[in-house]
Ligand binder design. Structure first.
Ligand SMILES: [Zn+2]
Length: 349
């Protein structure tokens, strides 16, 4: 019997040594020391022993039990320690590791340049006036000295919504609204007209064919100044300041006579080529200057139509194409790229 106890001890300790986790330790505890365990089975046979043998075997059995218990608890604490370390290893976070940079995007080149131009005009005392993209024929044409059947209407292929309502072909329509509102306000408050200094950036629509330099939707920035004693020199000074802020202090502009129905006199405004600085190159077709916008003194008929006396007040207006400025600024040769929303293109700005 004593031998059997020793065998159990040897077996138990060798199995405990090879246990791989705390779950196996618990299984071994039940197997050897549990109520139906191997040691208990032996002890049940104590009754068949003589009175002399009983205390001796009892002593051995107790020693075996305590040896197995010790082995179990030692191995268990070792395994617990290992399992804890494994858990820590698994959950380890390297706080010094650099993070993943979120992709936050940025403003569209049209917005970047538009904001820049707005900022320049705000600095010159202008305010920004937003108009409606859906407009009455009257405000888009008639009140801008373009009566019905005027040939110039044909040059602006118009999207009509109804016979009298259209998608504006130019931001000039905003001028008329601003002048009418100021006249009405001055009348209501029984005072003289306040000076008008506004720019109006926004989308305009023409049913053009789509190609590298035309799009049915594009952007204009309109400017209007009305006050007593406004002259062509004020117009030139304002535009020169704009161009110098956009393209550098040495930038020059020149005005060429032109015709627009809503201004008199009218001018095409050329800006000195920023590549060759006026000496002539392939970009400016050897001209030294590049046509950039249209401008002029507000036509007396337009002022009159809004209720402003052209004998007392005068004003200038200009309209520039935002796309043209953006394309020049960034060297973009195809306007369609600005509307395709191709991230590979937009990422470059
Ligand atoms: Zn040039």
């Amino acid at each position: 019997m004593k031998e059997k106890l020793e065998q159990i001890k040897t077996l138990a300790i060798s199995e405990i040594c090879t246990a791989e986790n705390t779950k196996q330790i618990e299984e071994l505890r039940v197997k050897f020391l549990g109520k139906k365990g191997e040691l208990t089975n032996i002890l049940k046979q104590m009754g068949s022993l003589t009175a002399e043998e009983r205390p001796i075997i009892g002593q051995v059995a107790n020693a075996v039990r305590s040896d197995i218990e010790n082995a179990l608890s030692e191995k268990k604490s070792l395994l617990e320690e290992n399992e804890k370390n494994a858990q820590i290893e698994k959950e380890y976070i390297d706080i010094t590791m650099s993070g993943k940079k979120p992709n936050i995007g940025h403003l569209h080149p049209l917005t970047i340049v538009s904001d820049e131009i707005k900022e320049i005009f705000l600095g010159m005392g202008f305010s920004v006036s937003q108009g409606s993209e859906v407009e009455f024929d009257e405000y888009n044409f008639t009140k801008l000295n373009l009566p019905e059947n005027h040939p110039a209407r044909d040059t602006q292929d118009t999207f009509y919504i109804t016979e009298k309502i259209l998608l504006r072909t130019q931001t000039s329509s905003v001028q008329v609204h601003v002048m009418e509102e100021e006249v009405a306000k001055a009348k209501a408050e029984n005072r003289e007209l306040s000076p008008i200094r506004i720019i109006s950036p926004g989308r305009v629509y023409r049913s053009d064919a789509v190609d590298a330099t035309h799009s049915p939707l594009f952007h204009q920035i309109e400017g209007l100044v009305v006050d007593k004693g406004v002259t062509m020199a004020d117009l030139k000074g304002t535009l020169e300041t704009l161009m110098q802020k956009l393209y550098g202090a040495d930038c020059k502009i020149r005005l060429r006579p032109h015709h627009f129905p809503f201004t008199e006199p009218s001018a095409e405004v050329d800006v000195m080529c920023f590549k060759c600085k006026g000496t002539g190159c392939s970009m400016c077709k050897q001209e030294g200057y590049i046509e950039l916008l249209g401008a002029g003194m507000v036509h007396p008929k337009v002022l009159q139509g809004c209720g402003i006396d052209p004998e007392i007040y005068s004003g200038f207006a200009f309209g520039l194409g935002l796309e043209r400025i953006v394309m020049r600024r960034y060297g973009i040769t195809d306007m369609r790229l600005l509307y395709e929303n191709d991230v590979r293109f937009l990422k470059q700005f």
